[in-house]
Unconditional design. Structure first.
Length: 385
């Protein structure tokens, strides 16, 4: 009897120990599983970033390109000496090449039918610019030959251009680039070409804007890039307020998923705002030109805008957001003597009274225009007098 009781006790003890072990093991497995789930839930997002800076129209009147001609060669780097150290701090840098770089072989020309030295493009690339809009109202100033020369020039450069092409194949192949893990592209359009007819069957020479065309282009590329920028050559010249069509097109582009709209053509600064998350820069004004001042330096005071584009990847989702939006006014200085010389693009943070004694007032005036629709838009203060 005692033997049977001992055996029974041993069996009960074995069962008890097994149960305790099973429960502990199960709890450990649950704890381990919960830890893994927690780690997955708390997985840190992958962050990528590119920086972008944007300036306006490069419109090379004869005074500008004559100033760049010294000792038998064209060299425009001195005109950009104040701007270059800033531009080179950014991953991406945009400008609009308003006057076509057809080169000296076609004969240089100024207003109203422009053609510019290709050496100006060399200086802009040296300064760090790598995003170029070629769609504007002067794209066809030298006809098809001008566009062919422009294409031949830009195709030899490591730069993303948009808006003017030498073939249907090129026009229909939207170029995508990648920087720091962020894929991006630039589309560019113009309202017209100053009445110059686009040759029939050669619509690829310049991107004329239409709702249908821009929708088709965006649908080709929107799901292939993280950052979609659209350069719009639009608006009314010398007007600081966007017109009704600019506003309509901005709303439409925003509805198609455009991230940044970069406005050119009015030759003067227009406001910056957001439309449903789309950053809208209605007009950056000129960048460099010899355009006569229309009203209180409005074609000489210009805008440079910059920001960081942040890509966040987490839990299989990708989001794009903007940080560190900033703006700085620029001044298109030149000396008026027997001829206009010594062209310089000068940031207001480096201005002094020798360039313009009234620059503090100009800063206040044109800052108000930039902030017309959004008082929170930041603008760098000028150098203290």
């Amino acid at each position: 009897m005692k033997k049977k009781c001992a055996i029974a006790s041993i069996i009960i003890l074995i069962i008890f120990i097994s149960a305790v072990f099973f429960i502990q093991n199960n709890q450990n497995e649950k704890s381990s599983a919960n830890k893994e789930i927690k780690e997955i839930k708390e997985e840190k997002p992958k962050i990528s970033k590119v920086s972008l800076v944007m300036v306006g129209d490069a419109l090379l009147h004869s005074s500008v390109y004559n100033d760049g001609y010294k000792n038998g060669v064209y060299d425009f780097k001195p005109q950009l000496e104040y701007i270059k150290p800033i531009i080179q701090n950014y991953d991406l840098a945009f400008y609009n090449q308003e006057s076509i770089l057809g080169g000296t072989s076609l004969g240089l020309s100024s207003y109203p039918v422009f053609n510019s030295p290709q050496e100006f493009g060399d200086a802009m690339l040296d300064a760090g610019f790598n995003l170029v809009s070629l769609a504007n109202n002067h794209t066809l100033d030298k006809g098809e030959k001008g566009v062919i020369n422009s294409c031949a020039y830009w195709q030899t450069k490591d730069v993303l251009t948009s808006g003017s092409y030498c073939s249907n194949e090129e026009a229909n192949t939207i170029k995508i680039k990648e920087k720091n893990g962020i894929k991006y592209t630039l589309l560019a359009y113009t309202y017209g070409t100053n009445g110059i007819q686009v040759p029939k069957g050669k619509e690829y020479l310049v991107n004329l804007y239409s709702d249908e065309k821009v929708k088709s282009d965006i649908e080709k590329v929107r799901d292939k890039v993280d950052l979609l920028m659209v350069s719009m050559h639009w608006g009314t010249e010398y007007q600081s307020k966007p017109n009704a069509e600019q506003k309509r097109q901005a709303e439409y582009l925003s509805s198609l998923g455009v991230d940044i709209i970069i406005g050119t053509h009015p030759h003067v600064i227009q406001p910056i705002t957001y439309i449903n998350g789309t950053l809208v820069i209605y007009s950056l004004g000129n960048f460099i030109s010899a355009q006569n001042t229309n009203n209180d330096y409005n074609t000489i005071v210009e805008l440079m805008s910059s920001l960081d584009i942040i890509k966040e990847e987490k839990d299989g989702q990708t989001t794009i957001k903007f940080e560190n939006l900033n703006n700085e006014l620029l001044y298109n200085y030149y000396h008026k003597g027997s001829r206009w010389t010594d062209f310089k693009v000068i940031p207001f943070s480096q201005m002094n009274t020798s360039y313009n004694s009234d620059y503090q007032r100009l800063y206040n005036k044109y800052s108000d225009i930039v902030r017309m629709y959004n008082k929170e838009i930041p603008i760098n203060p000028p150098k203290e007098a």
